[in-house]
Design a protein around this ligand. Sequence first.
Ligand code: BLA
Length: 750
Amino acid sequence: MRYTIDYDLTNCDAEPLRFIRSCQHGAVLLVLYADSLRIKGASENCHELFGRSAKDLLGEDAGAVLGSESMDLIRQASAASSFDTVNPFEHYHRSTDGSVRKNLVVNQEGELLILEFEDRDEQFGTTAFLMQVDRSLARIQSFSGSDVAELHATTVQEVRRLTGYDRVYLYEFDKEYNGKVVAEARREGMESFLHLHYPHTDIPKQARELYLRQQVRMVTSTVADCDSLLITDDRTPIDLSTAGNRGVSPIHLEYLRNMGVGASLSIAVTVNGKLWGLLACHHEAPRSIDFRLRKLLGLFGRILSGHLALHQTASFRNNVLSTSLLRARLVDRLIEAQDIVTPIQENEEMLLSLMKADGAALLIEDHILRIGSCPEEKELSLLLGFLEQQPSNIFSTASLYRLYAPAKNFSTAPAGLLSIRISKEPAEHLVWFRPETIRELAWGGRPEQRKEIVDGKVRLHPHLSFAKYVQTTSGEARPWAQHHLDNALALRNDIKEVILVKYQEMRHLNNKLVSAYEELQSFSYTVSHDLRAPLRGIKGYAKILQEDYSDRLDDFGQSALRTIVSSVDRMNTFINGILEFSRIGSGRLRVEAIHLPTLLDEVWQSSHIQQDVALNKHLDVEYVIGDHTLLWQLFQNFLSNSVKYRREEVASYITVRTRQLDEGVSIEIEDNGIGFDVKHAGSIFTPFTRLVSEEEYEGSGIGLAIAQRIVQKHYGDIDVDSKPNVGTTFEIRLPGNLQELVEQDNQQNA
Ligand code: BLA
């Protein structure tokens, strides 16, 4: 028995390959105790070499069988524990039939020495052979570094030239260890496997792991039961993983036979410590090659590994460089513009080529920017909900529908999505899209059709195992490369930086604004104290002149005096306006519930407002939240404005209406006064803007500016609609949660 239990296709992934109790056809195996050098085990075929049966040899001193020459060599190497440097020994075996030369390969495995006797082929020690190797290596080394397919092709050709196997191919693993034949050199007339795919189960995990320990694996013959069982003095399992002639898995042998292969050999190709693939050889007839050639083939594997690692690093570096360059250009635009939306809008192509995407979307604040082949706005809002749930700041998939089914029915259904989160609250993302690509995979056999049951065991089906078929995969986009993901994260940091700079600039501006207000405040103080006193003086002296000296002034002198007095009065009005305006900016709101009908009556009665104007109140909402003093001033301004600008020819009225809104209260003040052209609506709230002549209507021109500041201070907004000779309607909207907003602000300023 090769193993203690039987393995078939249902449990072959657990086959303990290294503990197989057999030796391959063409080799003889001895197992010695390392300390006593007595024989612990021998392959059944040992009589072919030693003329004695395996059972007979057990317990015997190895020297009696191998002769002193080989024993001395083994003892020396064992003392130096360096079999690697001396393998293979040249072992002469003398018998009555004459002497044979064998390669003797020795490995230590714990307390045991494993000895393998193989045929020796003298040509592999010759200079001519080494020259040949040299030429092959030179051809591989001439690889320019860019065309990796050429490197693959040259390597398989050179391996075939040196080894003489019928077919040599390069087999590359994907992430799941499914494999693909990427290069092939074969004897004329042999079937081609180029570009075919094979499932990961064809080389199970434990077989792949052995390649990391032993770079070259040779299968000398696939003929059933041509191996020799290992006979040992007890049943403890022996680890044969270092022995090149370790017996081959019966399942794998069957696989190779089904493929029409009589012998095989594979060389591990590792990149960055991981099995990248195999350089694999097939021969139609059984065949083995000299140990020294196998060692050299290991070197070929390592050279190929080195080139591939270099190529991978170089192409990764190039990709990173070119993407980073694009990103740097885009970020320059962002920094210049101090904004994200506009530069992205102006550099759509750059954004797409950055990620080799064909669509993108910027979902930011209440802005949705769609670029290229991109779902509709409504769909993007839905997608945003999905992206919000992703825990990481970067999210990518090559098959969006599988994770998020609604995407399948989007107007433009992207299969690939790469998204970076710009902000969590509110959810802001920059997203790239890739379309579905239909891929055709040519398989070298349909995995699910390979099985058949023989004698209650699941076996590989001899014909169907390799029946070729083409599988079409859909629903997937070209996968995002690592350098794209890295760059997306870097871009996210850049964008955050731009936002931070912009925020800091806003804070700076805000601080400037605050100090400007403070200056205005102190300016108003100066105005009130320093200007009012001389103005009072001017007016006083002008009055004296008017009262006591008018008889000495001619008509012109008297009219000049009148102008002085009225100018001073106007100036006083201005100064009062400025004072009032600046006072609103400073100071905190004193928030309370205000009964509007009372407030309006008070304002109406207290002010010297014309009584021939009717004040109508339609107040659905009677209470508003606000600062009593400021709202008093607000209505005072509106009502007196309406009175001032009434039309003499009609019965004037003012109607105040209130109405509940979802998020607050709307207050409308409508009159049927002189009105104005709405094209001026934008400027009427600017201080000292007058739409009517000063001669006809007196005032500072600051009333509406004050009104607007009061509303703004209440976190509200204000609109106006007007028509000349029809009337004007102002609408003020005040928030319901004023108290909360004020507290938030106080906290931020604290
Ligand atoms: C080993 N399987 C291998 C090896 C190759 C393959 C290259 C390395 C040993 C060698 O060179 O022969 C696979 N061979 C291929 C493929 C092609 C090829 C894909 O020629 C295509 C051109 N194999 C199966 C199943 C099992 C299995 C279902 O198909 C069981 C799970 C097992 N394959 C298997 C085992 C080994 C192996 C156990 C290790 C053999 C050993 O080293 O003893």
